[in-house]
Ligand binder design. Structure first.
Ligand code: GCU
Length: 714
């Protein structure tokens, strides 16, 4: 009796743990297609795969298809080699059947090295789907695409899909330290277990590579931009090589951050001056050593002379001198250098907004061919909303690439549901006017508006060793969005959300439609109750967690918040027009006209560019003060209604993730009230105006909010 009971409990435990949705599988869950009609259709089309080729990449594609299709279709899928003629799905590149290859020649010509073709052809009187490409990585991307079609319920009867990435470099930037802490990481510790590498290869590395490749990302920078030179030493290069060997299969190249002072720290040289021949020799030898370990090493990402990091300016050299020295070292091996434009100095009394532009524009045309200047989307620092960075389009002789932040440093970290695709798209679709109307940021970085050989987009990763990788179940969508947009920036936010929800949760319309709405409005909602109308940098000192507009002391003036909002008895906002810092003057004339007048400036950027009187009338008819209160109160109320909407979705989602999101939404609501009350009470000390009638008064004092401390915030 006792034994039977124990068995029952064990079985229950096993079945619970098997069906539990931890979020670990991300968007690659491959559960049985829920729609019976569609399931029947797919089953009719697919039952066997003919695999051409035996490279590890082709084997990975085969494994993914086998695993994915058997899960989705709930039936056995057979695999056969190229000697068979009967099969529903044929994958491969060079080894592919010659008659198929000649049939598809014209399509293949458009694909480049990473694109893929998925086409239904008739063979031996039977329809079959071909996934082919010029290189094996393309077959892998195509395989993930076919799986996505099924996961999202698309028809697969008559396919003709030609897809090639619009950008060459599609990267994740991990701000991971060698001790496994993650700078601005909110999802646990680093997934790179440096201590156990290279011998112990965590299963996560494979799943990371699968997920990353499935959305078209082809490179990963393993280490923090605030770099540690130790990663360039032999024992660590062995660890890097182990990861690179695994990632190669998935078309992912490995890059490292280079600490500029490494020649001094590791090499014992007296200087790291980029024009010093000894220093140049040191880097060349170091790079040769790296390539011995990792023959296809991608290159370096460098943060120099920014926030205390060493760089060429320590030796009175320019960013171009520094970048070119490293570029020359990696060039013989085909490597590149991504040199960050995120630079600002506390010794320069200039608006921080202007500093990167001032330093980099004079260097236009001075960078080597294998250098890209990596520019954050906005000029300050990944705020919930920033106008696009004025450097985009302002350096026509320089290759620039995009840096987005996927980890939600300033967007609620891992306690907040914010879908970032609308933010990414807003920047990419912004018109720089540098080459006439329509020269959007997206077209600058993809080379359409500005000639450049190398093109790219990077996202600061939100990945850690949490069960669900990203801390918040919905934060996974931001990793997904980065990949999809770096492959093709023309995909809409709505489509990205739609795909992601179907793959990650459910395609049940009663779930899909409301969740899509929630995701699409989430960034606007967050901005409204934290930093509306172009307010920025109102966060806690150091951890950047939560509101602290009152911060007026810091290591440097531009690490305070009063520096940015400039509230006083007259009004609020940073005058960046010609009567102020004139950061606006760094944009094209048309853009200056668009934002230069507070009466016509898009209100979402109003306080970014203008110091506006408290009584200033907005389009709504409300005064600035009333509008500010309106935004804080409306934004916080929207979180309440978001909670209610989520609660209604309980029948359509697994218990685990339902509860997880529910708890997180409660934190989000509490934080929204905290933002609202802190900011309204604080700004009221300047406006001296009452909180409009009808809004509940904050139940705590400003002093209370100021006293809150979070010494262990991540
Ligand atoms: C932000 C962030 C830092 C980071 C820096 C960077 O300032 O808070 O932690 O190092 O960006 O992008 O280099």
């Amino acid at each position: 009796m006792k034994k039977a009971k124990l068995f029952f409990i064990l079985t229950l435990l096993i079945s619970v743990s098997v069906s539990a949705e931890t979020g670990y599988d991300l968007w690659l869950r491959y559960n049985l297609v829920p729609n019976k009609r569609k399931l029947e259709e797919y089953r009719k089309v697919l039952s066997s795969i003919i695999v051409n080729g035996s490279s590890s990449t082709i084997v990975a594609a085969q494994a993914e298809l086998l695993n994915g299709l058997s899960g989705l279709l709930g039936k056995k899928i057979t695999i056969s080699g190229s000697n068979t003629t009967v099969g529903d799905l044929i994958i491969g590149t060079n080894g592919i059947q010659p008659e198929i290859k000649s049939l598809l020649k014209a399509d293949l010509a458009q694909l480049g090295s990473e694109g893929f073709l998925i086409k239904t052809i008739v063979r031996s009187g039977k329809n079959c789907i071909v996934i082919t490409a010029n290189e094996d990585a393309g077959v892998l991307y195509g395989s993930f695409h076919l799986l996505r079609l099924i996961q999202t319920g698309q028809p697969i009867n008559n396919l003709n899909i030609v897809s090639a990435p619009k950008l060459k470099l599609r990267l994740l930037n991990h701000w991971d330290n060698l001790n496994r802490t993650v700078e601005r990481g909110y999802a646990g510790f680093s997934i790179w277990n440096w201590h156990k590498l290279p011998t112990y290869m965590d299963k996560r590395y494979v799943d990371y590579a699968r997920a990353t490749a499935s959305i078209g990302i082809n490179g990963t920078v393993l280490t923090n931009v605030n770099a540690n030179a130790t990663v360039l030493t032999n024992p660590y290069l062995e660890k890097v090589a182990a990861l690179a060997n695994l990632f190669r299969t998935y078309g992912i190249k490995v890059y490292l951050t280079a600490r500029f002072s490494a020649p001094v720290e590791l090499g014992g040289l007296k200087t790291a001056d980029p024009l010093d021949p000894e220093v140049q020799r040191w880097w060349k030898e170091k790079v040769d050593e790296i390539y011995k370990h990792v023959p296809d090493f991608g290159g370096f990402l460098v943060k120099a002379n920014s926030e205390g990091q060493p760089g060429p300016q320590n030796y009175k050299r320019t960013h171009a001198d520094g970048a070119n020295m490293l570029a020359d070292a990696v060039a013989p091996h085909g490597g590149i250098v991504m040199w960050r434009a995120f630079v600002y100095s506390d010794e320069v009394p200039e608006d921080r907004h202007k500093q990167a532009y001032n330093e980099f524009v004079p260097l236009d045309g001075k960078f080597r061919k294998n250098v890209l200047v990596q520019v954050k989307n906005g000029a300050i620092d990944f705020m919930p909303r920033e106008p696009f960075h004025p450097l985009f389009g302002a350096m026509p002789q320089t290759q620039t690439m995009m840096e987005f932040q996927v980890t939600q440093e300033y967007l609620g970290q891992a306690t907040t549901l914010v879908f970032l695709a609308p933010l990414f798209k807003e920047v990419l679709d912004s018109d720089t006017w540098r080459n006439g109307k329509g020269s959007t940021v997206g077209k600058i970085i993809n080379g359409a508006s500005q000639q450049q050989q190398l093109t790219g987009m990077a996202g600061v990763a939100n990945i850690g060793n949490d069960f669900n990788w990203c801390g918040h179940p919905f934060a996974q969508a931001n990793w997904y969005a980065l990949g999809r947009l770096s492959w093709d920036a023309s995909i809409s936010s709505e489509q990205i959300a739609d795909e992601w929800i179907r793959m990650t949760f459910s395609e049940e319309p009663k779930f899909l439609e409301p969740v899509k709405k929630i995701m699409l409005e989430s960034r606007e909602m967050y901005t409204q109750y934290t930093m509306p109308m172009g307010l920025h940098h109102l966060i806690t000192y150091g951890s950047h967690y939560g509101p602290a507009p009152w911060v007026d002391k810091g290591q440097r003036p531009d690490w305070t918040n009063v520096y940015y909002h400039k509230a006083d008895s007259i009004g609020l906002g940073f005058n960046r027009t010609s009567t102020g810092s004139n950061a606006l003057g760094q944009y094209a004339t048309e853009v200056q006209q668009q934002w230069g007048d507070p009466n016509t400036c898009d209100e979402k950027y109003l306080l970014w560019f203008h110091h506006v009187p408290w009584t200033f009338k907005l389009k709504s008819g409300r005064t600035l003060w009333d509008e500010l209160c309106y935004d804080y109160y409306t934004g916080a109320n929207r979180v309440k209604s978001l909670q209610e909407k989520w609660n209604l979705l309980k029948p359509f989602v697994d218990k685990e993730r339902f509860e997880e999101v529910k708890m997180l939404l409660q934190i989000q609501y509490d934080e929204a009230i905290w933002w609202r009350n802190s900011c309204v009470l604080y700004f009221q000390t300047f406006s001296k105006m009452p909180i409009p009638a009808g809004y509940e008064k904050p139940d705590k004092t400003l002093e209370y909010y100021k006293s809150l401390k979070f010494p262990y915030a991540p």
